[in-house]
Design a protein around this ligand. Structure first.
Ligand SMILES: *[C@@H]1O[C@H](CO)[C@@H](O)[C@H](O)[C@H]1NC(C)=O
Ligand SMILES: *[C@@H]1O[C@H](CO)[C@@H](O)[C@H](O)[C@H]1NC(C)=O
Ligand SMILES: *[C@@H]1O[C@H](CO)[C@@H](O)[C@H](O)[C@H]1NC(C)=O
Length: 378
């Protein structure tokens, strides 16, 4: 009998003990009321946010069914469903000081990201992808000392990034792709693994100081920007690097150094303004399987036979000459891709690599004229 009473008392006391901190409730109310009610249909998480009951108190049978998680009396996660909520994010969100995760992806939030958000001391994951947040990329972003994942891709952020992200020592994934960011690539933090800044208007050179500390980097996606100059040899040497996409920029040259413990698997340098010759050292990268150097590139000379060891090779839209290495066309060769739209001699039409035809003789002749004979360089 006594045990039953004690158990009952325990249950009562634990449920009664959870009453969400009032400043957290104020913040949640502000968040809901900043959203156009017409964009909160009955089946959504936000619709179940009914402040006649307590947000953190279980059981959540009819109210606060989803969209937030608590630890004790504090809100730790704000993870809204992608229901198309339209509204702004109020500065009061920063009262949720125990937040670890914010995910508001694929809604219609607009206006600036409130600066106060960047003062959240425990935030590890911030995902605002696929909204319409605008305004200049906030310098205060570098205050998020514990951030691990930062994804504000597919928004309308403008302006240049802070000079350095070095203070974000726990950041492993940064995705700011598909915004309108300008200026140079910042100094990257030392533990970053994935960097995506695709489809912005970033400009300038690839500077060694930007990448020098980030030795854990595995994926670099910088395609569709306005980056210029030489792609330096050290850029390919980062020991953990597996994938590089620098396509659709304005690079003019690239250097390849002898690989040291390289993990590089796939490189896309297509749609640039590259000129020069194919370095024989590139296929020496032991893991390299996929290489794209297509189009807007004015690469010349012969294709070294070493390139036949790759599995995907796109060299179309350049000025390569001579006979392509016969190893491309032997029965056991398994290279796919394209050698078309070059100045190659007898690319066998039955091979998939040669489906796209070669350039007219006159174009090739013109491209090589000032360097002497068409066959002179290899
Ligand atoms: C690289 O970027 C281009 C252009 O944005 C894109 O088409 C391509 O799929 C990307 N990925 C790879 C692996 O090349
Ligand atoms: C890359 O640039 C080329 C040439 O300007 C363009 O045709 C192509 O659509 C671009 N690719 C992407 C993914 O933007
Ligand atoms: C390359 O890898 C080997 C074995 O994993 C290691 O002993 C060596 O220090 C590495 N060299 C460099 C330059 O990182």
């Amino acid at each position: 009998m006594y045990t039953i009473i004690i158990i009952l008392l325990l249950i009562l006391s634990t449920t009664a003990a959870i009453t969400t901190l009032s400043s957290d409730i104020t913040a949640l109310k502000a968040i809901k009321s900043s959203i156009n009610p017409a964009t909160i249909p009955t089946y959504t998480c936000l619709h179940s946010w009914d402040f006649t009951s307590d947000p953190c108190s279980p059981p959540h049978v009819t109210h606060f069914l989803c969209g937030l998680s608590c630890s004790g009396d504090r809100v730790t996660q704000l993870t809204l469903d992608p229901a198309g909520y339209s509204g702004t994010l109020p500065p009061l969100v920063s009262q949720l000081t125990q937040l670890i995760t914010i995910d508001l992806s694929d809604n219609r939030f607009h206006g600036p990201i409130p600066n106060s958000l960047f003062s959240l001391p425990n935030l590890q994951t911030l995902i605002l992808a696929g909204n319409s947040f605008s305004g200049v990329s906030p310098p205060a972003i570098t205050n998020l000392k514990r951030i691990q994942t930062l994804d504000v891709s597919h928004n309308s952020l403008s302006g240049s990034l802070p000079k350095t992200f070095a203070s974000l020592t726990e950041l492993t994934r940064l995705d700011l792709s598909f915004n309108q960011l300008t200026g140079p690539i910042p100094i990257l933090p030392k533990n970053i693994i994935q960097l995506a800044l695709k489809a912005n208007s970033l400009s300038g050179y690839l500077q060694k100081q930007s990448f020098a500390e980030s030795t854990q980097m595995e994926v670099i996606e910088l395609s569709q920007n306005s980056l210029t100059g030489t792609i330096p040899g050290w850029f390919f040497l980062s020991p953990s690097l597996q994938q590089i996409n620098l396509s659709n920029n304005s690079f003019t040259r690239f250097e390849i150094l002898k690989p040291v413990n390289s993990s590089l698997v796939a490189v896309n340098l297509g749609f640039n303004k590259l000129s020069g010759y194919l370095p024989a050292a590139f296929p020496a990268y032991p893991m390299l399987a996929s290489l794209t150097l297509s189009y807007n590139n004015n690469l010349k000379g012969r294709i070294p036979w070493e390139y036949t060891k790759l599995t995907r090779l796109f060299l179309d839209g350049n000025l390569f000459i001579g006979l392509p290495p016969k190893e491309f066309f032997t029965r056991k060769a398994s290279v796919s891709g394209s050698l078309g739209d070059n100045c190659l001699k007898s690319c066998p039409a039955w091979s998939e690599l040669c489906f796209k035809s070669q350039k007219p003789w006159s174009v090739c002749q013109k491209a090589y004229r000032h360097r002497g004979k068409l066959e002179s360089k290899s």
